[in-house]
Design a binder for this molecule. Structure first.
Ligand code: ZN
Length: 155
C-alpha cells in the first residue's frame, strides 16, 4: 500500500486559498492521505488551523518564518500578506495552546540571503525549544544558513 503525504505546502497562500476546494479534490483523486500546510506568522498559523479543521485531509503545522526574510517577500508581493508586527512570545503561547491540533512546528529556520540576522537566530532558538517542549518534529527553512542551522539543531 502506498501512502502519499505532501509535507510542505502553504495552502493559505492567496494563489491557493482561492481555489482550495479544487485543490483538495485533486489531492484526494491523486491518492494523497494528508497535506501538511505550514504557517509562517500569526495570520497564516490561524488560517492553517482553520483549514485543518475544515478538511480532514489537511494537517496543520504552525511556525515562525524568518521575519526579515518574510518582510522582504511581503514587500515584493511574492507572499501577499498583511505586514504586521507581533509579539513572538504571544505567538508561541498560541501555538502551545493549540499543540493538540498541530503535527509539527513549521515553518521555522534561518534565511541569511540578506546577511546574518541576530533576531532570526533568537527566534529559531525559541522555536527549537518549543518543538522540544511539545515533542513535535520541526521543518526547517534554510537559505545561506545551513551550517548555522545544523549547529543550532545539534546543540
Ligand atoms: Zn515553505
Amino acid at each position: 500500500m502506498k501512502l502519499l503525504v505532501d509535507i510542505h505546502t502553504h495552502l493559505d497562500h492567496s494563489l491557493l486559498i482561492n481555489k482550495i476546494d479544487e485543490i483538495i479534490d485533486r489531492a484526494r483523486i491523486a491518492g494523497l492521505k494528508h497535506i501538511l500546510t505550514n504557517g509562517i506568522n500569526p495570520e497564516t498559523n490561524r488560517i492553517c488551523l482553520e483549514l485543518s479543521k475544515k478538511y480532514d485531509i489537511v494537517k496543520c503545522a504552525m511556525g515562525l518564518y524568518p521575519r526579515s526574510a518574510l518582510k522582504k517577500e511581503i514587500e515584493s508581493g511574492e507572499y501577499p500578506l498583511k505586514v504586521a508586527d507581533f509579539d513572538v512570545d504571544e505567538e508561541i503561547d498560541f501555538i502551545r495552546k493549540n499543540k493538540n491540533s498541530i503535527v509539527a512546528v513549521s515553518e521555522v529556520g534561518l534565511d541569511f540571503v540578506n546577511g546574518e540576522d541576530r533576531q532570526q537566530i533568537e527566534d529559531f532558538e525559541k522555536m527549537i525549544k518549543l518543538a522540544e517542549e511539545l515533542k513535535k518534529p520541526i521543518v526547517v527553512h534554510s537559505r545561506k544558513a545551513e551550517l548555522k542551522c545544523v549547529e543550532m539543531l545539534e546543540s
